[in-house]
Design a protein around this ligand. Structure first.
Ligand code: ATP
Length: 225
């Protein structure tokens, strides 16, 4: 079966994240592991700490079939606190565990796909994983992909979810799911500004954010989009 991972800061997890995780699970027929990124070394976490973000994820997936939380990047950061965690390292770790024949996919938003050339060893990622891409407002793929990335993607697009199970890596599949407007940056801004935000996250997540008084401090909350 396809091993499907959804990495991100999830600061905090919101309904947009959940909607695309559910859509991927249903379209590709595979469980989705939400994988929070570790805090970068030597820097205060921007909003909530990695442990707090992961706890919010636990609450968000509590009643969701086929969605779970994978803390491997947090555990690696505990083992190697001086080392920044890169996706390529996570994928090598996965391959060491699961072998080279297992199909692996990363679920990412269109903004992340467009930024792929800034990721460490980005060209090598296609030998390690497939990508499943969710359109995102402001980063529609139809508006064009930078040439360097476009050339590499050209032969990799597939419209068949089944094809992702036939080979271990190297394909790019576009999720047929409507654009989701939610943004973590906007939610942090709303909380700090005292604007309505609870409707943008699952109820249990909203309760925990309020109880733990997260994201109230404007100083640690990046400005508007
Ligand atoms: P921000 O909203 O501040 O940009 P973010 O939610 O994008 O933050 P992450 O938590 O790292 O930050 O996102 C994890 C992944 O989810 C990324 O690949 C991102 O592109 C994708 N994503 C986040 N929100 C959406 C959305 N509303 N629609 C589609 N993809 C999304």
């Amino acid at each position: 079966m396809l091993q499907l991972f959804y990495g991100g800061t999830f600061d905090p997890i919101h309904n947009g994240h959940l909607a695309i995780a559910r859509a991927a699970r249903d379209e590709v027929q595979a469980p989705v592991r939400l994988m929070p990124a570790a805090d970068p070394p030597h820097r205060a976490p921007p909003g909530a700490s990695a442990q707090q973000r992961a706890h919010l994820l636990d609450l968000a997936v509590e009643d969701e079939d086929g969605l779970c939380v994978d803390r491997r990047e947090l555990l690696r950061a505990e083992r190697m606190p001086e080392t920044r965690s890169y996706t390529v390292d996570t994928l090598h770790e996965l391959r060491a565990e699961q072998g080279d024949a297992v199909p692996v996919a990363l679920l990412i938003g269109a903004d992340s796909l467009l930024g792929l050339p800034t990721w460490r060893a980005w060209r090598s990622l296609f030998a390690l994983t497939h990508f499943i891409v969710a359109d995102r407002p402001g980063s529609p793929l139809d508006a064009g992909v930078p040439a360097e990335l476009g050339d590499l993607l050209a032969s990799r697009w597939t419209s068949s979810a089944d094809a992702l199970c036939d080979v271990p890596s190297g394909l790019v599949y576009r999720l047929s799911h409507p654009l989701q407007p939610e943004s973590a940056t906007d939610i942090r801004r709303r909380i700090a500004a005292g604007e309505p935000w609870r409707h943008l996250v699952p109820t249990a997540v909203a309760t925990a954010i309020a109880d733990e008084r997260l994201y109230l401090d404007r100083a640690t909350t990046p400005g508007p989009l």
